[in-house]
Design a protein around this ligand. Sequence first.
Ligand SMILES: O=C(O)CCC(=O)C(=O)O
Length: 268
Amino acid sequence: MPDLIEDGYCLIHGVLPEDLLIRLRDTTEALCANTDDGHRRSQGIMMTAMADPILAELITLPAALECLEGLGYDAPTFTDGYLISKPGDSPRLFWHYDWFAWKDPEARSPEPQQLFLMYYLVDTTPDNGCLRVIPGSHRHHNSLHDLLSNPHSPELSRIDNPENPAFSSRPDEIDVPVKAGDLVIGDARLLHSAHANSSNVLRTVITLWFQPRFDELPERVQAQMVRKTQAVPEEWPADARRAVEALHPVYTGNDEPYGRDLYRPPEP
Ligand SMILES: O=C(O)CCC(=O)C(=O)O
C-alpha cells in the first residue's frame, strides 16, 4: 500500500457513498453538457468546485474528514476544488505538481503542507485516464524536474508540442487505477499526470485541496492559501455555504503570499 509520507500519496477504498456518487456523476455530466468553450482544454473540461452546491456535500464529507483524521489531521482546512472531465478519446495530461512555495525553507519537509483529495466518478484504468504518479517525487529530486519548466503553462494545456517531456512516459511512473468512489489523497508536491481517455465514456475527477495543518504552516504560505480560497457563491443554500465556509482557512497576519511561484523545485 502506498504511504502518504514516503510515497506522496495513498488510496482509501469506498469513501464516497453510492447515492452521492450517482448524484455527482449526474451533476457533472449535466454541467459538461452545458459548458462553454471557456472551460474546454485539450485534455478535457475544467470547472471550479463552486459550480454546483452539491459539491458542499463532498467538501464536507464526514467519511473523508475521518480519513484525514486517521492520518493525524484533525483540523484540516479547505481552499479550492476543480472538476476535471475527460471526454472519450481525449489525450493524456501533462506531468505537473501543484505546489508553489518551493522557496520556502519547509518546502522539502516530510509533512505535506497541502493535500489533494481526488474522487474519480467512474472506475479508472490506464485505458480511460487513470492517475499516474512518480512515488517519492514530492520530496526527492527526480530527473523529470529538470525537464519541466512551468508545469501549468498554457502551452502545455494546448499541447503545442506533444514531444515535450511533460507528456512523456517515465521509467519510474506508477498507475493508480481506482474504483469509482475511492479516495486518492496526495501531497501537492507529487509529480502526477493522467493517462489518455481511450474509451468513449466521460471520465471525471473531482480534486479538492486541503491543508492538513493550516495553523502550523509558514505565515507566507498561510497568506497564499487564504488568497486562493474560492468564495462560496451567494446563491448556494445557506447551510451548504456555512458548512464549506467553516472549513476555510483564516490568516490575520501581515505576511505577503509567495505568489504562484511555479518554477521547478531547487536541487536538494
Ligand atoms: O485528471 C486527472 O486525473 C488528474 C487531475 C490533476 O492532475 C489535478 O487535479 O491536479
